[in-house]
Design a binder for this molecule. Sequence first.
Ligand SMILES: C[C@](O)(CO)[C@H](O)COP(=O)(O)OP(=O)(O)OC[C@H]1O[C@@H](n2ccc(N)nc2=O)[C@H](O)[C@@H]1O
Ligand SMILES: Nc1ncnc2c1ncn2[C@@H]1O[C@H](COP(=O)(O)OP(=O)(O)OP(=O)(O)O)[C@@H](O)[C@H]1O
Length: 285
Amino acid sequence: MKEPLVLPAPAKLNRMLHIIGRRPDGYHELQTLFQFLDHGDTLRLSSRSDGELRLTPELPGVAAEENLVLRAARALQQESGRRLGADIHLEKRLPMGGGLGGGSSDAATALVGLNRLWALGLPLERLAELGLALGADVPVFVRGHAAWGEGVGERLTPVELDTPWFVVVHPGVAVSTPAVFGAAELTRHTPPITMARALQGGASSWRNDCEATVRRLYPPVAEAIDWLSERAPSLLTGTGACVFSRLPREVDADRLLAEIDGRWPAFKARGLNRSPLHEVLGFNS
Ligand SMILES: C[C@](O)(CO)[C@H](O)COP(=O)(O)OP(=O)(O)OC[C@H]1O[C@@H](n2ccc(N)nc2=O)[C@H](O)[C@@H]1O
Ligand SMILES: Nc1ncnc2c1ncn2[C@@H]1O[C@H](COP(=O)(O)OP(=O)(O)OP(=O)(O)O)[C@@H](O)[C@H]1O
């Protein structure tokens, strides 16, 4: 039997996030800086000759057919017009609904990985289009480069960001993305800025427009941000619930983790401008 293809599905952070308007379909127009982390899920892919798609194990609370990995695999199978099969094993490390883009990253790794496994030769542009139908964050994971994202996050311009260490904390509540985007008081009219201006301001000027609403709706998130902010610059990622603290060196991250001392689930990771998925597959992104 051939060795399975073992591929990373990294987390993302929104290093900053502005909401600049609302589209007629209700989706919000964003300006955001996406960066990857060297921490994430792992997918193991191997071909099946009977055309079946099988995913193990089942995720708690997610029906197999709803799992973004299977949805991605089906979308690619359909695009190929062939009945290609695969066994997919998903090793889940990222908290679900944490603003780290885990589901989107899993979907992107399935698209890029199965494209390789099945030797379909589809360009990344097409895989990113297929991915966008599954979630707004899928395209950046398919493209594999840190990016300035506009629209709902699908208009991407590659950028080089600082690559500090981060401590990512899960405040222990599940944040509902629709509840945050549906909140009456959400800041949704931040004036658009240019990418150059966002980059020029640097990390100390970056903020997340969802933060005030998430703090109000989910006090444990406010508590985590306040606690961490006394120790290092700290922001919400996406609509949360995860919060990340930015640290210059790994030892600083270790020190902060020691101080957190189990108060919340937390991990350290390095910021990456190239996705480890692309590194493993030898892409030139
Ligand atoms: C906030 C981010 O994490 C930033 O990276 C993403 O834009 C979230 O994108 P996503 O995971 O695709 O979001 P979903 O969980 O599918 O969105 C749930 C709901 O949030 C609202 N939503 C989401 C994204 C967006 N740009 N505008 C919205 O108004 C929509 O009502 C949508 O139905
Ligand atoms: N493979 C998967 N991994 C995680 N969640 C999945 C997966 N497939 C489907 N889902 C569903 O998608 C929801 C959002 O998951 P995800 O982990 O991507 O959220 P997130 O980190 O908040 O992402 P984002 O930053 O894109 O909002 C989950 O609550 C779950 O119901």
